[in-house]
Design a protein around this ligand. Structure first.
Ligand code: NAP
Length: 483
């Protein structure tokens, strides 16, 4: 059932930060899986770059260990791993120094796609971008891939865009938001625009509200000092959740083409109303379940950073007038789940007496743990009890639908890297989109910082602060259960 794998063009991919956590957990195991599938062909190469003095053999050993740790056993084929490792090289480079760049240049081959993945701190983006050009490592067709966070406010995002724009054209810059690489997120576009069923109903006339939830069970322990400078709004809402909101709210693009899609997303961001302070709930998890609370993990006892946020967001345009989008995300919640739920309105008139049995139609798009879609519809309760109504799911779980082949669905990083090689920017954020998202986020954050707003404590293992429930109750609505 999984579609035929079409090999991508031959490439040389340089991963700056090739020995870092992201490279070891996601990028390199992902590339192995693309090699296993035949999408990365055996004449392509991957070059790790970082300051550490490693040999090719050291780097291959590190990657081999990563594959053992992060690729499921059933997908580990010793002969293919060996062939994959032989495609790997390593160059020691300090992004801030001049050494090593000529070695890297000598490894670059003519007439193959060159891509440079900046899997390093954003403070190094400018140094790497400039040296790729001054040392003649990049060519006019080269692509650069940059990781989040892309700025921490509008000013820093603008500065970062300007630094990159000095060296590379926008068509060469791939800003990763791995949420856009998820199978279900792309399926959202297919469901909307390849079916006649949904689009006519996709507006405030028929949709009561939309809920977007990204709930995590993990704490910030181990990366608390970094997280404390960011918080849920910057870490999740400005990027991932904003992208999901855009895909739901955008107008149909004229074509599935990078700029057509990104133009429509940008219009949504620009149509977002400022959020009123009473429509925001911020929280911080307390100690519990044998673990310290947020302030212990962030090592900042006076921290006012939120590990949870819920917001009511209005998209001010014809399509969405009167249909709020409720967003919530947090750490140490009851379950790890990400979903978009689109709740439809009630039919204009009921012909049935069983008003009690009636529930709204809800389209649920699950991003994790098990990717899939679910449409809640009303049917007659089976049996002789008269015309009683009940709600049932029309369930499409990818794992069930695809069986064993579900494991072959590329994960978000794999898919996005292959898109970079194909030169397809549809699933990457454009510079103006990122800036528009910060332009909306900044006043919200500035307002609570100016007030010295302190987040509300919430117990770990719950669905978040009490006030978040009120955000919905006030509007006579309810959050879906986190489970
Ligand atoms: P990390 O584990 O700290 O790794 C950083 C990498 O950069 C190492 O390979 C390090 O190797 C290299 N490096 C540091 N300074 C360098 C320099 N001056 N020149 C050349 N290389 C240098 O970081 P990470 O977690 O992989 O994150 C990398 C980027 O991805 C960051 O921007 C992060 O925000 C982003 N990100 C990470 C994750 C994740 O899950 N980890 C998720 C989303 C986004 P040497 O010390 O040997 O130079």
């Amino acid at each position: 059932m999984v579609s035929r794998v079409i090999p991508v063009d031959v490439f040389d991919l340089v991963i700056f930060g090739g020995t870092g956590d992201l490279a070891r957990r996601k990028i390199l195991p992902g590339l192995y899986r693309r090699f296993l599938s035949g999408q990365m062909t055996s004449d392509s190469r991957i070059i790790g770059a970082a300051r550490g003095e490693l040999t090719d053999a050291d780097f291959r050993k590190m990657v081999s260990d990563s594959i053992d740790e992060f690729v499921p056993k059933g997908r580990r084929d010793p002969a293919i791993i060996e062939a994959f490792l032989s495609r790997l090289h390593y160059v020691a480079i300090d992004a801030k120094g001049e050494g090593g760049w000529d070695n890297l240049k000598s490894l670059m081959r003519p007439n193959v796609v060159r891509a440079f993945y900046f899997s390093v701190a954003p403070s190094l983006f400018g140094d790497i971008a400039a040296r790729l050009n001054t040392h003649g490592v990049a060519d006019a067709q080269s692509r650069i891939v940059v990781e989040k966070p892309f700025g921490r406010d509008l000013a820093s995002a603008r500065a970062l865009n300007a630094i990159l724009a000095e060296q590379f054209a926008e068509s060469q810059i791939y800003r990763i938001d791995h949420y856009l690489g998820k199978e279900t997120v792309q399926n959202l576009m297919a469901v909307r625009f390849a079916n006649i069923l949904f689009e006519p109903l996709w507006k405030s006339e028929y949709i009561d509200h939309v809920q977007i939830t990204v709930a995590e069970t993990v704490s910030v322990e181990g990366r608390g000092a970094y997280y404390d400078k960011s918080g849920a709004m910057r870490d999740m809402v400005q990027n991932h959740m904003m992208q999901l909101l855009c895909l739901i709210a955008m107008e149909p693009p004229y074509h599935f083409d990078p700029d057509a899609v990104r133009d429509e997303k940008l219009k949504v961001i620009r149509a977002l109303d400022p959020v009123r302070s009473e429509d925001i709930v911020r929280g911080q998890y307390l100690a519990g379940g044998g673990q310290g609370g947020y302030v212990a993990h962030s090592e900042n006892v006076t921290s006012k950073t939120e590990s949870y946020i819920a917001l009511k967001v209005n998209v001010s345009n014809w399509r969405w007038k009167g249909t709020p989008f409720y967003l919530r995300t947090g750490k140490r919640l009851r379950a790890r789940t990400s979903e978009i739920a689109i709740t439809f309105k009630e039919p204009p008139h009921s012909i049935f007496d069983d008003a009690e049995g009636w529930r709204e139609n809800v389209l649920v798009i699950r991003l994790q743990p098990d990717e899939g879609m679910n449409l809640m519809v009303m049917i007659k309760e089976p049996g002789p009890g008269g015309m009683r109504l009940m709600q049932v799911p029309l369930d499409m779980s990818f794992a069930e639908a695809l069986g064993d082949e579900a494991e072959d669905i590329p994960d978000a990083y794999e898919r996005l890297i292959m898109d970079v090689i194909r030169g397809n920017q549809t699933l990457f954020m454009r510079g103006d989109e990122v800036e528009a998202a910060w332009a909306w986020t900044d006043p919200i954050i500035n307002a609570w910082e100016a007030k010295g707003d302190k987040p509300q404590g919430y117990d770990p293992g719950t669905s978040g602060p009490e006030d978040a429930l009120m955000l919905m109750h006030r509007d006579a609505r309810r959050w879906r259960e986190i489970r």
